[in-house]
Every structure is written in C-alpha cells, then in structure tokens.
Design a binder for this molecule. Structure first.
Ligand code: SF4
Length: 350
C-alpha cells in the first residue's frame, strides 16, 4: 500500500529581492536596490544552492555567484551587451557559426540559476527565451546544409531546462545528420539543480548513437554538494562523458588553493576540467574581473602542483566574436624550456 502522506512541497527557487530578504540572504535595507538589479538581470537561486550558503554570506563563494549585487547597475565603458560577439556570427536565429567546424545552438535561454557574471546576461531569463519550433527547424536546416559542421554545441541558457522529450527529439535530429559527429551540451544543472537529473533526462542524453558530451559549469568546490555528486554519478553511470568548465572569478575562486581543490574535486567526480574562462566584459560584472596577468599567474601555479588530468585550458573569448584564445603561460624561450618551478633547461632536437 502506498504511503498516503503527501510529499512535502519542494522549496521554491528564489527570484525576487523580497524573496531573498525573506530567506535571510539579504538585509531589508538592500531590497529596493536589489529589486532594481532584478528588474534588469534575471535572478534565480535554487533551494539546492541556497542550502549551501554559509553564515558569513558576504564572504560566501556561492552567495557571491548568485545573490545580486548593487554594483551590477554600474556598467563600465569597456563592457559590452554582447561580450563574445555572438550576434555578428549568427546566420539564423539561435545559431552561432564562428569556427568552421562547429556551431552553437541556443534552444532555450532559461537557466536553473542566474550567475551574476553571466556573459549572456542581457539575453537569459527573458520572456521570449525558448526558441520556436520553426526557428529550431531553420537551425537544423542550416546545419544540414553545412557539411563542414562536425560538432554542434547546445548552450544557452541551459539546454537541460528543455522538457526531456523535446531535448531528446533535438538530439536525435542532430544524430541523424551524417556530418555531425559530436554533440556537446553546456549545463549548470548538475550543480545548480541536481535533482533534475532523472530518468527522462538520462534517457534523452543516451538516445543518440553519437557521443553527447556534457560540459558542467562549476566554479567552486563547495558547489559539489552530495546532491551534485549524486547527479554527476548518475550521468557518468549512464555513459555521458563529462567535462568541466569554470570561470575564474575574483572573490570566488581566484586563489591557488581553491582552484586546485576545484579541479581535483571535478576529477574525483569523473569530470575532466576542460576550460577555465577569463571573465568576459559583461555589463555590471567588473567586481568579478581580475587582470589577465593575475589569471596567468594563478593558472601557472597549478602546473606541477596538481595532476595533468586536473589542468584546464585557461582561455579568453576575445571581444568582438574573434573566438577563444589560450592565455596559458609560455614555457618556451628559444632553445630553453621552463619547468613548473620556473627554472629554464636547454632543449635542442637533433
Ligand atoms: S548558467 Fe550559464 S547562461 Fe545561465 S546564467 Fe549562468 S553563465 Fe549565464
């Protein structure tokens, strides 16, 4: 006989300044200013992430990533509404074709949580955030017509916010295009709303015969809660290859110990660190940015300190749509090669 007790109501995602006040995450005197921030940029903090925020909220790395901040209303002159230049390379709605062999497809611009440093913050979370069927069909037609497209990257927003049946249909449509040999999805859900990783989603991800890689956005080891780790276990057990993508953020992970712990925690969860992004010039995000030189020094410090398996590629998306470039330190100077401690050694190939 089934248990007649109703399931407890699932706590709600926090979306307004007043809800943040009621949850004890911000003080009442900030409500008006943060209300203005929320009018401009979407806010969402899932119960899974809210539960991870510690008592010292101002210093908490989860709070800093997701609780809105008054400084977001200050746009610096160098900041851009389209910081990585998607628009210039978008031949059809929802699709970006920047590099010859791959395209980005953004089927949905909703996310489980809204990161305060988001590079697409001007686009995500709006009312018209789901790509219409006709636009998806046009994007698929574009991919079919471009034989050079080897990889399709579903991004957003968060593609795992699509209903599982819709995601499965899209993945199968891509699977049926002979020249598309790799599908990649970028998602915040395994850490942002891990309980969404259930049978229907796993079934959708496993449906294509071609590999569907999942790049998991995670910036601090504290995000890898027991719930998130369980979600990652489900994904890896279902045969989904997992990559890590992180953003280097001032006040969140810009110290060697945190970065090392993050990369090791990802590998421990069968997630291969892939990209560490230098923060983009998104509007109102100056408080998260450090200099490229500071970033390079931090990343250089990881070399030798942690396993090669834990090393991400530190990249910058060049503003204007010029694509990603590695910012990694240069180890070669003529016939001298520097080791991880900075000591040079001669090397001459015969
Ligand atoms: S999950 Fe990605 S797209 Fe969504 S708010 Fe965060 S950075 Fe932006």
């Amino acid at each position: 006989m089934s248990d007649p007790r109703p399931l407890p109501a699932r706590p709600r995602t926090l979306r307004t300044a007043d809800e943040l006040v009621r949850a004890g995450l911000v003080t009442q005197d900030r409500a008006e200013a943060l209300g203005k921030v929320a009018e401009r940029y979407a806010v969402a903090i899932t119960p899974a992430l809210a539960d991870l925020i510690g008592e010292d909220i101002a210093a908490d790395p989860i709070a800093r990533q997701f609780i809105p901040d008054e400084r977001e209303l200050d746009t610096a002159p160098e900041e851009l509404t389209d910081p990585i230049g998607d628009e210039a390379f978008s031949p059809v709605k929802g699709l970006v074709h920047r590099y010859p062999d791959r395209v980005l497809l953004t089927p949905i611009l909703h996310c489980p949580v809204y990161c305060r440093f988001c590079f697409r913050r001007e686009k995500v979370g709006g009312e018209e955030a789901v790509l219409a069927e006709a636009d998806i069909a046009a994007a698929l037609d574009y991919i079919r017509a471009h034989q050079e497209v080897w990889e399709v990257i579903l991004t957003g927003g968060d593609p795992l916010m699509l209903p599982a049946a819709k995601l499965k249909a899209l993945l199968l449509a891509l699977d049926a295009i002979p020249h598309v040999e790799s599908i990649r999805i970028h998602s915040r859900i395994p850490v942002g709303d891990p309980e969404r990783i259930g049978p229907a989603l796993l079934d959708a991800l496993a449906a294509p015969a071609k590999p569907v890689w999942l790049a998991v956005h995670c910036n601090h080891p504290a995000e890898l809660s027991p719930l998130a780790e369980a979600a990652l276990r489900k994904l890896s057990s279902a045969g989904v290859p997992l990559l890590g993508q992180s953003v280097l953020l001032k006040g969140v992970n810009d110290d060697p110990d945190t970065l090392a712990a993050l990369m090791k925690a990802l590998v421990k969860n069968k997630v291969k660190p892939y990209y560490l992004h230098h923060p983009d010039l998104a509007p109102g995000t100056g408080h998260f940015r450090l200099s490229v030189e500071e970033g390079r020094a931090l990343v250089k410090g990881l070399r030798g300190r942690i396993s090669g398996l834990c090393q991400p590629t530190y990249v910058l998306d060049i503003p204007g749509g010029h694509g990603k470039s590695p910012l990694t330190a240069d180890y070669v100077d003529g016939d001298q090669v520097r080791d991880w401690k900075g000591v040079s050694h001669g090397y001459k190939a015969e």
